[in-house]
Design a binder for this molecule. Structure first.
Ligand code: C5P
Length: 235
């Protein structure tokens, strides 16, 4: 299992993200590109960052009819990204079509990760707007199991859910977890957080870390600290 820190590059322009990545001379962090940067800078930003030697998690959360998602995934796969995601709510047929679209002629493909319930959805809004009456924890685990049965590689979840996801779906099913903060850091708008060391202990496979690194006075030092804590170096 290759555990790693994924740096959420939540910038709005090509110039901003490239000057941030220029700070890293000795390492090539795994980078998350989200909707804002992708829609603003276009697919070329993916090619450019990839050409600099970074692995890329393209966080576009696809959700549409199976045929459309299959074709879109085929395009994303040709960008040579390493990880992409979709909404498990698109159901099994959509997830299986996504896998087909992602798989390259040589049989390789990027990792495919599912979003279960967004963390911005709570029990009340899920019941009221989606008419889902089950407890939200049960819904999240059910979506994770459905994603696993469809052949996906893992889910995005809170580090607080990572242990349970592994219990339900097995140790090999990946947990990609945002909501990570240093013990002495500012929580910002994240409410339920864990430190990198806690995320390691609970079994997160990848942590997604944005502002604690991108907004740090010394982003390279913050990245190194985060990686050392998460990978358990020196313990
Ligand atoms: O800056 P921060 O460390 O909070 O960034 C976390 C990243 O993970 C952001 O890109 C955010 O959109 C993403 N994310 C999250 N919570 C989720 C899913 C994704 O914070 N449930």
């Amino acid at each position: 299992m290759s555990r790693d820190v994924i740096v959420a590059c939540d910038f709005s322009s090509r110039e901003q993200v490239l000057s941030f990545l220029d700070l890293f001379e000795d390492e090539k962090p795994f980078v998350k590109i989200g909707m804002e940067l992708f829609y603003g800078a276009g697919p070329d930003i993916v090619r450019e960052i990839k050409a600099r030697g970074h692995r890329i998690f393209l966080d576009l959360k696809l959700h549409d009819i199976p045929n459309t998602v299959k074709k879109a995934m085929h395009v994303l796969s040709s960008l040579d990204v390493d990880m992409v995601n979709l909404h498990a709510a698109g159901t099994t047929a959509m997830m299986q079509a996504a896998l087909e679209g992602l798989t390259r002629e040589d049989g390789t493909r990027p990792l495919l990760i599912a979003v279960t319930q967004l963390t911005s959805t709570d029990q009340e809004s899920m019941e009221r707007d989606l008419l889902i009456k089950e407890p939200i924890d049960k819904v999240v685990m059910h979506y994770a199991e459905t994603a696993k049965n469809a052949g996906l590689d893992g889910v995005v979840c809170s580090p607080l859910e990572a242990g349970k996801v592994h219990e339900v779906c097995g140790e090999g099913f990946l947990t990609v977890t945002p909501g990570v903060r240093f013990a002495d850091g500012d929580k910002g708008d994240q409410k339920r957080v864990m430190t990198p060391a806690e995320a390691r202990r609970i079994g997160s496979d990848y942590i997604v870390v944005g502002r604690p690194i991108t907004a740090a006075a010394d982003p390279v030092a913050a990245y190194r600290r985060c990686a050392a804590e998460f990978l358990g170096e020196g313990e």
